[in-house]
Ligand binder design. Structure first.
Ligand code: HEC
Ligand code: HEC
Length: 334
């Protein structure tokens, strides 16, 4: 571990220009520590009552027009709050354009959605409820429906005194619950804290590749392994223009949000279009430097990894998933 840090110090000294291109500081163990606080907006600070209410709402199928879908239909805990499908399936079985992202560590994201179209969890939560393709629910009807459920009156009163049951308190509660979906302590974290046995030698080599030769760190950095930015990583070109639709500058054509790599074992298939079923396929994609070079992010290039190096990289990615049995932590509706 000491050696590793020393190596980075040296690199910091001799390659300042490269570091600038690569983005944020590299390799300091404290860069990977979970921030002490969960951020929340000043008009919706976190309280236990808000989180409890949000949890019950998140699992409530009343939130959909046909009373069959809840948020948790697509965002399932056992799959890091995604659904295992290449394309999400909404009301009446309609396929959506993109895959359901993991909700792990969403509290820390500045832009939500694969194209970053939403600025807050509160704003985002309205969309799936009312969208015809997703839950297809009229908001007025939903508020009336929730008002008739005895448990909700007490819960809303406790969570948002004097605000009543309305679209605003509904999305604030959903946002509060989602802010608590935070990754647990993974083997990687125990290793960072000094437990040399926590991860294999192969995974340690994989981490060096991740920060070095494979340059994954230029986009997947920090505690949640995301820069919060948008990049075109050379996936086969489809009609989906990603971030470009929100911010129409050429470099953002087919750029999508860098996803977290926390709990990554659970959230396959991968990418906004669910193209890759395994981490081995993902690593092959990066090894090739992308499938198409058109509009490719400058930090993407062929890596020429050996079979062993690919294995090492995958072994490292595996260390980012918490090992606690899900039965012990199952959230569900109380
Ligand atoms: C039919 C499946 C489905 C349902 C139901 C659903 N979602 Fe999603 N969710 C998705 C998909 C697909 C995306 C990606 C959308 C995009 O980027 O275009 C998404 C994106 C999100 C995001 C952004 C996450 C990120 O990493 O940027 C949040 C937050 C979210 N959903 C919360 C919710 C909440 C809250 C509900 C219930 C009110 C809900 N979802 C219901 C499929 C679903
Ligand atoms: C240029 C920035 C960039 C670099 C470099 C990069 N990634 Fe990514 N990564 C992304 C973006 C953006 C996505 C989502 C792309 C999409 O869906 O269109 C992604 C997706 C992924 C996913 C799928 C996550 C999910 O939930 O779907 C994995 C796993 C991954 N990257 C691992 C790696 C590894 C390992 C490396 C190094 C070999 C790497 N990345 C290098 C930006 C980058």
């Amino acid at each position: 571990m000491k050696l590793r840090i020393l190596k980075h110090r040296v690199r910091l000294l001799i390659l300042p220009a490269l570091i600038l291109i690569a983005g944020p500081a590299i390799g300091d163990p404290k860069d990977y520590l979970r921030p002490a606080e969960i951020p929340a907006p000043s008009n919706n600070h976190l309280t236990a009552a808000r989180v409890d209410l949000g949890r019950v709402l998140f699992f409530d199928t009343r939130l959909s027009g046909n009373n069959q879908l809840s948020c948790a239909t697509c965002h399932q805990q056992a799959k890091a709050w995604s659904d295992g499908l290449a394309k999400a399936k909404g009301a009446a079985g309609r396929l959506l354009k993109r895959t359901t992202p993991s909700l792990i560590n969403v509290a820390y994201l500045r832009h939500l959605g694969w194209d970053g179209g939403f600025r807050s969890l509160e704003q985002q939560a309205l969309i799936p409820i009312t969208s015809a393709d997703e839950m297809d629910q009229g908001m007025d009807e939903l508020i009336a429906e929730l008002g008739q459920v005895p448990k909700y009156q007490g819960m809303f009163d406790k969570a948002y005194p004097d605000e009543g049951i309305n679209a605003d308190s509904l999305v604030k509660a959903l946002a509060s619950f989602q802010r608590t979906l935070i990754s647990g302590e993974a083997p990687f974290d125990r290793w960072l804290k000094g437990d040399e046995q926590a991860i294999s030698e192969s995974a340690k080599r994989g981490f060096s590749l991740f920060e070095g030769k494979a340059n994954c760190i230029s986009c997947h950095d920090g505690f949640s392994f995301t820069d919060g930015g948008f990049h075109n990583i050379g996936l086969p070109e489809g009609e989906d223009l990603g971030r470009f639709k929100i911010v129409p500058v050429p470099v953002l054509k087919r750029a999508f949000k860098t996803p977290t790599l926390r709990e990554i074992n659970l959230s396959a298939p991968y990418m906004h279009n669910g193209l890759y079923k395994t981490l081995a396929e993902v690593v092959d994609h990066y090894d090739r430097g992308g499938v198409t070079a058109h509009g490719l992010d400058p930090n993407m290039r062929p890596l020429f990894l050996s079979a062993q190096e690919k294995q090492d990289l995958i072994a490292f990615l595996h260390t980012l998933t918490t090992e606690v049995s899900l039965e012990q932590t199952i959230v569900g509706e109380k």
